[in-house]
Design a protein around this ligand. Sequence first.
Ligand SMILES: *Cc1c(COP(=O)(O)O)cnc(C)c1O
Length: 404
Amino acid sequence: MSSSVIDFLATEARFGARNYEPVGVVLSRGEGVWVWDTEGNRYLDCLSAYSAVSQGHCHPKILAAMVEQAHRLTLTSRAFHNDQLAPFYEEIAALTGSHKVLPMNSGAEAVESAIKSVRKWGYEVKGVPDGQAEIIVCANNFHGRTLGVVGFSTDPETRTHFGPFAPGFKIIPFGDAAALEEAITPNTVAFLVEPIQGEAGVIIPPVGYFTKVRELCTANNVMLVLDEIQTGLGRTGKLLAEQHEGIEADVTLLGKALSGGFYPVSAVLSNNEVLGTLRPGQHGSTFGGNPLACAVARAAMRVLIEEGMIENAAKQGARFLEGLKDIRANTIREVRGRGLMLAVELHPEAGRARRYCEALQGKGILAKDTHEHTIRIAPPLVITSDQVDWALERFATTLTQDLS
Ligand SMILES: *Cc1c(COP(=O)(O)O)cnc(C)c1O
């Protein structure tokens, strides 16, 4: 390690809140699926900033849109109209088949905004008595880090000593439609759920789960809120993960790849009723819907479609999954994934996943461990067959080692 690397790490440790434990690499440049550290070493990015960089690092067309817009107009606040918001609405609504759009910045803000909106809908449209609205969520969920959201997390690390928390949330097991049926009451306004639980370790629910969930929500007038902040925009090989199940959410949350990693942009997409309850002065964000964000998001959506990234995610995801399944290693307990949202779960005896991620780093691959024993793999959607094969060779040699 050169002195410059030690300096970056030591300075971060000295001044920064230690709320992350990053892998010991300092990145300074990215292009497509590749990133380079300060010493010029190249790595295949198998995290894509938790799927925010799905379009590949520094995509030239998104970059051009950002620079062009930054020269013209960056922020007006919503006190005035800007000429990027209307086309952004039109394009995201057309792409996703949504009726109403609420632009925000981070993913957690989109989740918070959805919670506020479905509660308001519950009181003003469904007729739930004021203050009684219930929202059902799943165990092992990840919906962000704000106070409202961590209050219904089931991860002790996420919650401990951050309370008191807001009431009104009921937690049920993920993938269990019977539990949902049992939990719904006349005061239930929404079921908030990830199509695939990403942070929990890429947990895919049983076949038919979401069909049953959709039926239950419709039958009980409960809004189905799908958090597609990670699964959406092509990550799983379809535009939205809900399409694998042939269902449609009432409210869909997008973030991360909505900007291709250039800028925080998120959105709540809904039917007419839910976002229709918001009136001037009842919700807002200084940066939400700003012209720079809208221009970036428009370009990010455009390249995703024009450059066939969603189809490529399906194709390369299948190739990656098959290749991982073909690796014969005693360390591997299970390989799972959909599209380019993949995970290798190790046997507990194989040692911590972080050790394997460090070994992969030495071979030119950056992947991220999650929950001790799982390696998550989510490269940019622009990855090629040759690059998948290149990665698979390195996964094979790493996973056949014993690093316990
Ligand atoms: C990342 C993520 C969030 C939170 O997004 P931030 O931009 O980090 O606030 C919420 N839900 C899911 C499913 C996510 O993956």
